[in-house]
Each structure stands twice: as structure tokens, then as C-alpha cells.
Design a protein around this ligand. Sequence first.
Ligand SMILES: *Cc1c(COP(=O)(O)O)cnc(C)c1O
Length: 439
Amino acid sequence: MSKLAILGGEKAIKNDYTECFKWPIITKEMEEKVLEVLRKGAMSGTDLTEEFEKEYATLYGMKYALCHNNGTSAIHSALFGLKIGKGDEVICPSMTYWASCLPVLSLGGTVVFADIDEESLCIDPNDIERHITEKTKCIIVVHYAGYPADMDRIIPIARKYNLKILEDCSHSHWCFYKGKLTGTFGDVSAFSLMSGKSFPIGEGGIMLTNDLEIYERAIIFGHYERHSNITIDYLKNGIGVPWGGYKYRMHQLSSAVGIVFIKIFKEIFEEIDRAMNYFCDLLDTLPGIKTHRPPKNSGLTKGGWYAPFAHYKKEQLNGLSITRFCEALRAEGVYTHPGCNKPLHLHPVFHNIDIYNDGKPTVIRNSERDIRTKIGSLPISENIGKRVFSIPRFVKFDKNVIEEYFSAFEKVVKNHKELLKDDPGDPPTIGNWGLTFRI
Ligand SMILES: *Cc1c(COP(=O)(O)O)cnc(C)c1O
């Protein structure tokens, strides 16, 4: 077995395979459609956006779709749609991107964090009920890195306590949970459509619901240009200016890309799925690695495989730190890093920061009790950074390239003992507040 690149040997990855990872995929037709919008000067219109919304709603079998300028604003509108307001508590998994729940604070509500399930990296259904109080109104579900959350167990809890469900589908475009699409389970769902996500149309986001009131509340909140569509009386009384004081219209360069991508994405996702399953099947033969994907024949699928990860089993590799393991892989030419999103309950904004100058931390500004999530209380979220690492996301199925990448992993695993002597160990926390998708 050849010498590890980190110790001066040759790299396992011999060539530049940028084409196998290049994302987003931009076609000629997209370019032309975008140029058409530019030439017409129709960037701020809504005709193409409405066309895209209709197609997206049809694709999901949902009644209403509303585009936004990004996924964060789609979540903000969805929360307003659900009437989250002063003193309300919202339960959210701690290990996610901040936009899943941070907009709750601006509405006067509080976020209470639940732990995640170690395998799926999604909210742990066993850790929801202990956080429910009289004030709880909603559970936010994130299908993390395209792994559908355990809806069969989450929905009965929501029903039992009369809670709403908001699905954050920013990682889970076209992911199925037992034959049903993620984004069709909750009262409302929101998707980021920014350029790094699986359904990349530029900056953009979309909200889906079957509930007319949620839909119209989202319109009144940040889409003044569509107020004439509002039918519900108490909303109609206030049309003309957006109640939130926000302007969340998506520009039509994004809609143009979306209208083309929606026609071709299934084929692209199929190729990604084939490539990633082939790669993961190989990786799963190695000690120390277990890829983050639902079991075969579970009826759960990963759609466009946004931000793929693998679990790292240090104990199977003589305790080699994940930091050193990933360094060795990077030296071989594999882009990888340890950790995922940092747990949000550790961030000062969810502890002591007084964002709005209320004289008390914003996270509890409207609550009667201090229900902040204590540091140390969500052990899986707090330690997950040392147990997962990112793996390359192949968007093209090229057997030889995939096998070459696998050979880099195999080389590091087989020679891992050579890495033990200079192993500096792991820093106390690993991960990022945002996931940056790079090749
Ligand atoms: C990307 C992302 C968002 C926010 O979407 P933007 O389009 O970047 O505003 C929300 N939630 C999760 C889980 C995300 O990954």
C-alpha cells in the first residue's frame, strides 16, 4: 500500500475532476430564459414567478405555493402564517442552520431546542415531549442533509398536543418518506432555492401549504404586490402595505432558472442518487465509516443529496481523531471537513444577547419563565461535530472517478495507524454556523 500523501506519499486523486462536482448545473435554456427576462426588464414582475409557483405546487400536489427572495424569508412568512407571536414557544432541533428558527425571535416567540437522533441527524422524536408546555405552538422539522425525519412518530405528538408542524425542506427537495414527499406532511413547509441547495435557482425560497389562511397571511406579511389576491376579511382590511414591513418578492431571474430546472431536475437527481449510492456502498465496506443515508428499502430517499455526510467511528480506527482523519483525506485530494452545523443552543444569540434592546435577552423577552436550553442538556447535538464528516457530492455518475475517490478513503483507513503518532486530537467544538458547500 502506497505512502499516505500527508506523510509525503503520492496523492490518491490523480486528476482534476471538477466536472463531477460542479453545482449548480446551468443549461443553455436557462441562460436564454434569464436573458429574456433581462431584455424585457421584467426582473421585478411576478408573472414568471407565478408560473413557477403553479408548477412547483402541482409537482408537490399542494394547493398554494408562494415564492420568496430566499429560504429564510419563506420560513419567516410561514411562522407568521402559523400565527407565531408574543410568548409562543417553538420546538426546533438544535443542530440545524440558524434560519430554521431564528426568525421566531423577531415575531416575539421563543425557540426551545430538542436533541437530534444520532443516525438521521434530524429531530429525535423521543426528545420532543419533555419540551412541550402550555405555550408551545409549533414543531419545526428539518430533514437534515436530505434524510427525511421520522414523521410517523412526530405527527402523533403534534396531534396529541395540538401543535402545528413547519417543515424546513431546505435540504430535502424531492425526498420521499414512505412514498410521500417531504414538505407535504406539515401545516406549512419552506424550501431554500439558493445556489448551493439541491434545487438551485439563484437566491430564492418557496413556501407550500394547503391552508388558505397561512397562504394569505404570508402574502399580507411581505408581498404587498399581491394583496389584491387576498380574500379573508380581517386581512383584506389591511391590504396595501406589508404587515411585517418586509418585502419578500423573488426576482424573476430566479423564476426563469426555476422554470427550466423543474423540467430537468428528476433526471439530474436520478444520476446523483445512482452516483452517491454507488460511492456510499463502497465507503460502507470500510471500518470507521458509516454513510448518512436511510436504510435500503426503507421508503426514504435523499433527493438531490444536499450536503452528504458520513458518520465517523473513531473506536474502529484505534481512536484516530476525526480532525486528523479528514486532514489525511484532504492531503489525498478529497475535499472533506469534520463536523456539520454547530448546535444553535450554544450560540449567544439564544442565551444572553439583547437584540432589540428590551433590557433582557431577546430569547426570553416575552416569556414568563426562563426556558432557555441549558448548555450540556442536548448531548447528541453537542457532540455530533466529532462524529460526522462531509463527503464529496458526485453529481455525475462516473464509475472510475468514484472508485478513485474511494481508493483515497481506503488508503487512509488502511494506513490509519501511521497517523496516530502525530494526532493532535480534536478541538473542543467542531462545526460551522453555516454549511458551506464547496468542491
Ligand atoms: C439554506 C437553509 C435555509 C435558508 O435558506 P436561504 O435561502 O439561504 O435563506 C434554511 N434552513 C436550512 C436548513 C438551510 O440549510
